[in-house]
Design a protein around this ligand. Structure first.
Ligand SMILES: O=C(O)[C@@H](COP(=O)(O)O)OP(=O)(O)O
Length: 258
């Protein structure tokens, strides 16, 4: 029998997900479809009888808004929510704001796949000339982090995401799970992939083939050492989930932006 249940969730579709642009640390709200995805996710979790004691989110609006909508749909709005920059999406550096399909045309699909899914390749760093540099680094939310603003990342590989996420996981999330709390982590495609890699011991090579669609809860059943007792379960209609995974993967295929 499983000791603990943990649910990881990539937020509902954001406005830049829809436009196929690398969103990363730019703060975008959910699209209309993204709101619906989050509400559907909450309804599904309610139907499954899921009762959360604690929710963790990043400090990006799309993950926070998703957590609110999920809790509202579950009639569990009272559940405490804790936010940390350490659950933020991977910092995509100079790629932020660019269209994936156009990048694939310019640099090739393989290169875009390496940037998006490899474990230890860091994309080109963002610098002050980047159109979104000031929007990110002048944002007041980054004065609340547990590291000085100058030490925040300028781009990250998945490995670097895991390196900044793990201290928070061990110091803050793990003790709550071990106290018996059922936890929802409402975060991002790559912060959830990093955590899955850690929990499931996915190899550096195999993690390249793990893709998470928006708004689909990933349920993990863990033993007392927080090791998975069975394979992760993506909850919902499996044919729709497979189609949604393919859609995310196909975002990196070469075509002109429309
Ligand atoms: O930064 C982004 O644009 C996406 C991930 O992009 P890919 O790694 O899928 O290219 O993150 P999220 O929508 O989960 O916040």
């Amino acid at each position: 029998m499983s000791k603990y249940k943990l649910v990881l969730l990539r937020h509902g579709e954001g406005t830049w997900n829809k436009e196929n642009r690398f969103c990363s640390w730019v703060d975008q709200k959910l699209s209309e479809d993204g709101v619906k995805e989050a509400q559907d996710c909450g309804r599904l979790l309610k139907e499954q009888g899921c009762k959360f004691d604690l929710v963790f989110t990043s400090i990006l609006s799309r993950s926070i808004q998703t957590a609110w909508l999920v809790l509202e749909a579950m009639d569990q709005e009272w559940v405490p929510v804790v936010k940390s920059w350490r659950l933020n999406e991977r910092h995509y550096g100079a790629l932020i704001g660019l269209n994936r399909a156009e990048m694939a045309l310019q640099h090739g699909e393989e290169k875009v796949k390496l940037w998006r899914r490899s474990y230890d390749i860091t994309p080109p760093l963002i610098d002050e000339s980047h159109p979104y540099y000031l929007e990110i680094y002048n944002d007041r939310r980054y004065t609340t982090c547990d590291v000085p603003k100058e030490n925040l990342p300028r781009a990250e590989s998945l490995k670097e995401v895991l390196d900044r996420l793990l201290p928070f996981w061990h110091s803050t999330v793990v003790p709550e799970i071990q106290r018996g709390k059922t936890v929802l982590i409402s975060a991002h495609g790559n912060s959830c992939r990093a955590l899955l890699k850690h929990l499931e011991g996915v190899s550096d090579e195999a993690i390249a083939n793990v893709t998470l669609p928006t708004g689909i809860p990933v349920q993990l059943e863990l033993d007392e050492n927080l090791k998975p007792l069975k394979p992760r379960q993506l909850l919902g209609d499996q044919a729709k989930i497979q189609a949604a995974i393919k859609k995310v993967e196909d975002q990196g295929k070469a075509k002109q932006a429309t």
